[in-house]
Design a protein around this ligand. Sequence first.
Ligand code: SAM
Length: 275
Amino acid sequence: MTSTLYVVATPIGNLDDISTRAIHILKTVDVILVEDTRHSQHLLQYYHIKKPLIALHSHNEAKQSIKLIQRLQRGERFALISDAGTPCIHDPGCQLVSQAHRANIKVVPIPGPSALTTALSVAGLPYKPFLFEGFLSPRRAMRHKQLSSLAKQAYTLVFYEAPHRILACLDDMYHILGEQRQASIARELTKQFETLYHGSLIELYHWLRKHPEQCRGEFVIMVTGYPNQKMNELTPEILSVLTTLLEYMPTRLAVQIVHQLTQVPKNKLYQASHR
Ligand code: SAM
């Protein structure tokens, strides 16, 4: 048995969503590193896992990691878990993992649930590429800045959000990203009140405003990216250029010029000209 740091994914709601390998690792390591001891007890008791626990959270990670690395170097085996889902995905653990790499300690992922991948798997939105932003700032001015910098990105955008900010966040999103942008909201995934909503940002905002009971729980918001105009699409702007050119030159010439500039197929341009 060599020193190893296992990074173990745990359920995001339904306690049965854990792999056999994860349970085996949690039962065989020397220590389990947890974000919150009381929170993790619930899962560990469910699987009859009794191990020494050490708290590793955002407030003590820097200090604690130094001591933990020393223990790992002496040959111990640790499992790192977070309150829910995959550690280091918007959760503590990255500093420890990075220090373990630097100390040449083996780091082994034990994959499993994450709210990010679970939500994307049922959103039905273009998945390639996507941009995971995590939580937006709780401060409105900063949130506006963040959303403005994302507004023209062609990626599907993925956000985590807390219940007390879900409405404010959607309000900002539809104002900055655009009312008609299509989005999906995944609420309370794998739990009793699991709900998926799809629609434009403004529809989702008004729907949630009307149904305050749906604003409770945990949320993942996914928004389609800024529409990437296809080079060969006959947009209203291209049509308007074509119409103007047709006033001054023969159809053949107008079609040729617009085709060269936009790559819109000539037959589409001829059809539009005749119309
Ligand atoms: N490490 C976790 C993961 O892999 O998904 C994420 C931890 S982050 C601190 C917690 C946030 O994840 C929540 O505020 C919520 O936005 C999202 N989340 C976690 N569980 C969820 C669930 N069951 N349904 C929807 N969102 C969830």
